[in-house]
Design a protein around this ligand. Structure first.
Ligand code: ADP
Ligand code: ZN
Ligand code: ZN
Length: 725
């Protein structure tokens, strides 16, 4: 009898494939990774069950080539989570399953993980080496106390004895040091504040089963401290904690903080900044770790003893993947918590309106921390500089410069926030009004000055498609040689500040200057007082705790106040709260200065009162009236084609094929706000419903039809719960 199995493969086709399983390839279970022939190539796939009915006739069946037993099978809970994603995001299961793996484990090349730890095996616990094997006995005793690292053993010339113990089965090489048998010590935590204690009283009893808790806590109110205590409680029951954070940049800092708190516990990190090998190793180590700290992709990590999921800065847009499987790691975390019956803790100073609405309605439990944890730390004063009355000089007003120079004179630090990389947002020609267009996108090329240490010349760069070119010697349109930089970017701001405040030590932080490892060094430089002024983009807004930083200056955020994107004000408010939260964290009062031409905008009124809740309620009322999320659910069908007509024609056809469902609205096909990127024209079609079930049923019927639309377009995709339009 032939054994058949179904294999999920990373193809755009939303189906599984049948293969014959020869007897000699080894044992296969659901979740096993296998290598199979597919078309004219070999592919790695995930074995699932046996087919219920045969799709392929015997003669056409092909054989599984081998089982990749150098890596564990995907566990049942990961298979279930992937199935949830396939259903909810209407995306092929095979593509999702393979995407849960680190890239290095998606190919069939055997992977040999490093095994840096020598650990005691069970037979080793009671083993008695012969009386004369003194060195082995000593090593065995040492192992009974703690695992030994390969590097140390080598340095102590113990390698031969280690090999003997391994050969005897008394010790084994391991990827990760197992936890000490008795509960390792926990470093001293500060006594909880009254608010933290109240939060714990309500959170601790909720551990042990599914439920979503939203911690809304002002910056510096001690949310991280709360997570640590919850994790402590979970680790004490021999369970694992998964902590999702938005930025790679923050992992080293946070990891250090966590490690210090839980000495002897096993940590693993997962994020896209790791080298491929390290990422594969950490993924393989995840089942044995106590705490996994990582960015959105770690929501799919194998954690057999999962006991708690924390999503820090849950409002952050980086939890949403913007291509391929467009999932929200926060939402998948909640689904995972529900499947595993594990509590999920979301935390933010500015929760997303989606989460906040759930909390207000009682579906999530709302926990509020209103005071800063360090009692002297006051929330900063927020002042507006009215650009209708006060002129700008190189992007800065006189009160702003004055505040910077006073802060400098007091020996304190400032932060200047401008969310625009480069020297200037565009280069322009005063005689014919040419404004450096990107030849491939409907966007302007950004002017980047050469840095002093770089060998490259000044460049024009597209921030959307990556196109780059030299600065033209003259206007390409009229020949005028006198081109000007238009507006301000962080590079130019740095230059202006250097000229205005020559005594200040200024450091610029944006994606052009920062590599993940550079954060630790930057933190030390700021703490050590080597920097007076930090200039930077939104990267600055996140999570850093600089006690001597007393001034935050915010330039040019007016674009978001009247943006067509309905989430722009929510995002701006969150960003400004975060930046403001950087000022005055310790014993010195902080001050925030915002330059704006719209000082009467309601956003500022709430910001000045540090009143997220009131603003959130106002925005929610507005959303409700306009029937926007979170009161409705949305799905966006995007199409990209070489011409706008083709992209729109595809969407018109898609709209015509839409099932006629009550409660679901299909809007008109329109060009995307950024109509052209990398030479492709982009259009979109919005589907909306007040009922998530109705919308899901609609897309379930609709999606298979989209595959059949002719003529095809270069690319189309469905985005469930889109965040960017
Ligand atoms: P958040 O994550 O809400 O921004 P943190 O947990 O980072 O806040 O806490 C802010 C600061 O307050 C940190 O320096 C932290 O060490 C300190 N802190 C937090 N909780 C306490 C406490 N109970 N007692 C003393 N200091 C605390
Ligand atoms: Zn010109
Ligand atoms: Zn471009």
């Amino acid at each position: 009898m032939v054994t058949l199995i179904q294999v999920a493969l990373d193809t755009p086709l939303d189906r599984l494939f049948d293969y014959r399983l020869p007897d000699d390839v080894g044992a296969v279970q659901p979740g096993s990774l296998v290598e199979v022939p597919f078309g004219r190539t070999l592919q790695v796939g995930v074995a699932l069950g046996s087919p219920t009915d045969r799709a392929v006739e015997d003669a056409k069946l092909r054989d599984v080539i081998r089982v990749l037993d150098d890596r564990p099978a995907l566990s049942a809970d990961i298979l279930r989570l992937a199935q949830f994603c396939a259903d909810y995001y209407h995306y092929p299961l095979g593509a999702i399953l393979l995407a849960t793996l680190p890239p290095r484990l998606r190919n069939a090349t055997p992977f040999v993980a490093e095994t840096p730890w020598l650990v005691l095996t069970e037979p080793g616990q009671g083993a008695e080496p012969g009386a004369r094997a003194r060195a082995q006995r000593a090593l065995l005793d040492a192992l009974r106390n703690a695992p030994q690292s390969r590097a140390d053993l080598r340095a102590q010339k113990q390698g031969r004895h280690a090999a003997t113990l391994v050969a005897a089965g008394w010790a084994a090489w391991s990827r990760i040091a197992p936890a000490a048998t008795d509960t390792p010590p926990t470093a001293d935590a500060p006594p909880a504040t009254a608010e933290q204690q109240a939060a714990l009283d309500s959170l601790l009893p909720a551990l042990g089963q599914f439920g979503v808790q939203l911690i809304h806590g002002a910056t510096g109110s001690g949310k991280t401290e709360l997570y640590l205590r919850l994790i402590d409680a979970v680790l004490a029951t021999n369970k694992q904690a998964l902590v999702l954070i938005p930025e790679i940049a923050l992992t080293p800092q946070l990891e250090q903080h966590f490690r210090r708190r839980f000495p002897g516990r096993r940590f693993a990190t997962l994020h896209s900044g790791l080298a491929e090998k390290e990422r594969a190793e950490n993924w393989l180590a995840a089942p044995d770790c106590d705490v996994l700290l990582g960015t959105r992709l770690s929501v799919f990590a194998p954690l057999p003893r999962l006991g708690l999921i924390v999503v820090d800065e849950e409002h952050d847009a980086s939890f949403k993947q913007q291509d391929g499987l467009r999932y929200s790691a926060r939402d998948v975390a909640i689904a995972r918590g529900k499947q595993a019956n594990v509590p999920v803790v979301l935390g933010s100073a500015t929760p997303s309106l989606e989460s906040y609405a759930q909390a207000l309605s009682g579906r999530y439990r709302l926990i509020e921390l209103k005071q800063r944890a360090i009692s002297q730390a006051q929330l900063p004063d927020i002042e507006l500089v009215d650009l209708k009355h006060i002129p700008l000089d190189n992007g800065l007003t006189r009160p702003a410069v004055q505040a910077l120079s006073e802060t400098l004179a007091r020996g304190e630090q400032s932060l200047v926030f401008l969310n625009r990389r480069g020297y200037a947002p565009a280069l322009y020609c005063p005689s014919c009004a040419w404004v450096s267009p990107c030849p491939r996108c409907s966007a302007r090329l950004v002017f980047h000055r050469a840095t002093p240490h770089s060998t490259r010349s000044h460049r024009l760069k597209c921030h959307h498609c990556g196109f780059e070119t030299r600065i033209p010697p003259e206007c390409p349109s009229c020949g005028n040689p006198d081109l000007k930089a238009l507006g301000q970017g962080t590079q130019r701001l740095e230059e202006t500040l250097t000229a205005l405040l020559p005594a200040a030590r200024i450091r610029r932080i944006d994606r052009d200057t920062m590599r993940p490892r550079a954060w630790a060094e930057l933190g030390e430089a700021v703490h050590g007082g080597e920097i007076d002024i930090l200039v930077g983009t939104q990267m600055l807004a996140k999570g850093h705790d600089f006690p001597n930083m007393t001034l935050a200056l915010i330039l040019d955020t007016d674009g978001a106040l009247y943006s067509p994107d309905f989430r722009a004000t929510e995002r701006l408010f969150a960003q400004l709260m975060q930046v403001a939260g950087r000022a005055g964290r310790a014993d010195k009062p902080g001050r925030v200065l915002i330059q704006t031409a719209f000082p009467d905008h309601p956003l500022f009124r709430y910001l000045q009162r540090h009143d997220y809740s009131a603003y959130a309620r106002e925005l929610l009322a507005e959303r409700k009236q306009l029937e926007l999320p979170p009161f409705t659910r949305q799905v966006l069908l995007r199409a990209e084609a070489t011409t706008m007509d083709a992209a729109l024609a595809f969407l018109h056809r898609a709209a015509a094929l839409a099932p006629d469902t009550a409660d679901v609205s299909v809007f008109g096909a329109i060009p995307a706000p950024m109509a052209r990127v990398a030479n492709l024209e982009r259009a979109q079609l919005l589907i909306q419903s007040a009922s998530r079930q109705a919308l899901q049923a609609f897309v379930r019927d609709w999606r298979p039809q989209l595959d059949s639309i002719k003529p095809r377009v270069a690319r189309w995709s469905l985005d469930v719960d889109p965040l960017a339009f």
